[in-house]
Design a protein around this ligand. Structure first.
Ligand code: ADP
Ligand code: MG
Length: 254
């Protein structure tokens, strides 16, 4: 069943828990003692230099990557090799990538109904109703019958967001969702993300859009060389960063 089973909860809980998470690619120590708790409804922005481990961190949360040490608990389910648990978490955690990853041979509507029909076993009609609801929310219902290749990059990314939302996720992960877009399309995707944030979605966003971080994030995380160097609310992060590494990074991007 869907999110209804969680209706009984009241106070925000830690929906993502990472405890001393370590990961290696061969000999390369890519994540070093990552500790992070994300409360339900919280908006987190993850930033840091290229290669610092941002993508790896969020990919561990839905087990696109496996960690070797420490614990990751998502919505009370610990990530282990248990495939049933992994499937459960993937149903609850939506992910949006830099390169939209839409199915090119399916229409926008079919992209959005595929997983709800085949993973959640929804009847086609119901899946289509849900898809149209979310395509309206990202403000492109009129594109439902088109193929991804017929859309702009910004439109494709909004389809990718709608497609994720059709699975009724409890957490959304974004990995540089605007980095591959032409500048004039960045805003329409950020606007979609802002509206999602306002709806109360738990969001973990890797992005260099510091305006988004300032206005939307509850906390900003700075990573460098596989470590979390600093976590702070945006006003503190941007005006009074504590670490020299954060200061150097902000000096480069602001
Ligand atoms: P970021 O998203 O911050 O740019 P990543 O998490 O993608 O960083 O990568 C962190 C480091 O791990 C980089 O040095 C990258 O080259 C390395 N890396 C990423 N994926 C792999 C992989 N599949 N095999 C080996 N090294 C990898
Ligand atoms: Mg990355």
């Amino acid at each position: 069943m869907s999110t209804q089973t969680h209706a009984a909860e009241h106070a925000p809980k830690d929906i993502i828990l990472m405890e001393d998470v370590n990961k290696w690619y061969g000999d390369f120590h890519v994540l070093k003692d990552i500790n992070l708790k994300v409360r339900q409804g919280e908006r987190i922005v993850l930033c840091g230099p290229s290669g610092s481990g941002k993508s790896t961190t969020i990919r561990c949360i839905n087990r696109l990557e496996e960690h070797q040490k420490g614990r990751i608990v998502v919505d009370d389910v610990e990530l282990t090799n248990d495939l049933k648990q992994i499937e459960k978490i993937r149903r609850e955690v939506g992910m949006v990538f830099q390169h939209f990853n839409l199915f090119p041979h399916l229409t926008v509507l079919q992209n959005c109904t595929l997983a709800p029909m085949w993973v959640r076993n929804l009847p086609k009609k119901e899946a289509e109703e849900i898809a149209m609801h979310f395509l309206e929310r990202v403000r492109i219902p009129e594109q439902a019958g088109k193929y991804p290749g017929q859309l702009s990059g910004g439109q494709q990314q909004r389809v990718a967001i709608a497609r994720s939302l059709c699975m009724k996720p409890r957490i959304m992960l974004f990995d540089e969702p605007t980095s591959a877009l032409d500048p004039e399309m960045v805003k329409e995707v950020l606007d979609t993300m802002v509206s999602l944030a306002e709806s109360g979605m738990t969001m973990l966003c890797v992005t260099h859009e510091m305006g988004f971080a300032r206005t939307v994030a509850d906390r900003v995380i700075f990573m460098d060389k596989g470590e979390i160097v600093e976590i702070a609310p945006p006003e503190q992060f941007f005006t009074n960063p504590q670490s020299d590494r954060t200061i150097a990074f902000l000096g480069q991007i602001l």
